[in-house]
Design a protein around this ligand. Structure first.
Ligand code: 2NL
Length: 357
């Protein structure tokens, strides 16, 4: 009996974790444990023997149970101590900064319109923001005496006296990108050119830098009818109104002939502007059939090729779509305003994440 006691008391003291302790409990005082088997043997003993062995066995069982409980508590304390040593937390550390910042509405709108034109087979062309006055003006049939070329409207790059290189300007539209594209790849072509453009103008409705998207489709038999379809598809998708109406008004641009300004259908009630309903009209872009002189300047034979072009302000359509009343919210504002207009700091859909349909 003493052997049995020593064996279990020592084993319990040496148990390394609660699983080992439980195994010992079963082995010693479990239903089929060693002590229980010994208790069953009491029945075969004589009365005197039983009188001595019975209380001894009970005492041993109590002692082992007590040792098990004590060890279990000790193991629990040790585990807690170890966890406390591992998992300490310094509550005096400064908080982690929140991720702020968000995609800019202009970037988002650029991605949205790019996706819509991409569905109609247009790819994106890019080019320099500083270009020669030939690409920005002459190639577009804008002559030297045209008011757009006056220093009042255009940012000219500084030239030192005696530097006779052709003047460079900050592009006033993205047309030079399309000229360069035609020059390099020829016809047919179907592209859009979104990007930053610059004009020396600053008031309630003009900023010296703004964003434009131009479009160009050149083939053997492209017509104004194709232009109308493309634009109506675009506006329906962009403003999310099926069957939105457009109105074409005769206009004039040096780089297109004929030229048209395009309005979209809108209503204006109780100070609320709604796009794609009602019998009001809102001017949103300029367009036309590319002037033969422009094709010629870009190295495309106008007796073989023809096509349409259009130009549209991105800032303007972004304001219309998201109800932003002041242009300066884009360029002179902070996150609170972007959040106000629904551009939260995280989880804004992008082309890469997939547009919300
Ligand atoms: C506007 C609208 C427009 C174009 C831009 C263009 C580009 C090439 C050839 C011909 Cl490469 N046209 N772009 C055409 C019509 C209108 O912009 O209101 N501009 C002052």
């Amino acid at each position: 009996m003493d052997d049995l006691r020593d064996k279990y008391i020592q084993a319990i003291a040496g148990a390394e974790d609660e699983a080992a302790l439980e195994a010992l409990r079963l082995e010693a005082v479990g239903k089929k444990g060693e002590i229980s088997l010994k208790m069953r043997e009491l029945g075969k003993m004589s009365a005197e023997e039983r009188q001595i062995a019975g209380p001894k066995l009970n005492a041993l069982k109590d002692e082992i149970n007590a040792a098990l409980a004590a060890k279990k508590a000790a193991l629990g304390d040790a585990a807690l101590d170890a966890r406390l040593r591992e998992e300490w937390l310094d509550v005096t550390l400064p908080g982690r900064p929140m991720r702020t910042g968000s995609i800019h509405p202009i970037s988002q709108v650029t991605e949205e319109l790019t996706a819509i034109f991409a569905d109609m087979g247009f790819s994106v062309a890019e080019g320099p923001q500083i270009d020669t006055d030939w690409y920005n003006f002459d190639a577009l049939n804008i002559p030297g005496h045209h008011p757009a070329r006056a220093e009042m409207d255009t940012f000219y790059m500084h030239r030192d006296d005696g530097d006779n290189r052709p003047p460079h300007v900050l592009r006033t539209h993205t047309s030079p990108v399309q000229i360069r594209h035609m020059e390099k790849y020829g016809a047919p072509c179907r592209i859009i050119a979104p990007g930053r453009v610059y004009r020396a103008d600053y008031d309630q409705t003009h900023t010296p830098m703004f964003h434009q998207v131009e479009g160009l489709a050149i083939d053997r038999d492209i017509s104004m009818a194709n232009l109308k379809w493309v634009l109506e598809e675009f506006f329906a998708a962009f403003f999310e109104v099926d069957g939105i109406k457009t109105r074409f008004r005769a206009s004039h641009f040096p780089f297109t002939e004929p030229s048209a300004e395009v309005d979209i259908q809108c209503s204006w009630e109780d100070g609320q502007l709604k796009i794609g309903e009602g019998d009001g009209w809102l001017e949103v872009l300029g367009s036309g059939m590319v002037h033969p002189k422009v094709l010629q300047a870009a190295g495309v034979d106008p007796s073989e090729w023809q096509g349409f072009a259009f130009g549209m302000g991105i800032d303007r359509i972004a304001m219309l779509k998201y109800g932003i009343p002041d242009l300066r919210a884009f360029f002179d504002s902070d996150l609170r305003w972007l959040k106000h207009y629904g551009f939260s700091s995280l989880g804004v859909p992008t082309l890469h994440g997939g547009l919300s349909a």
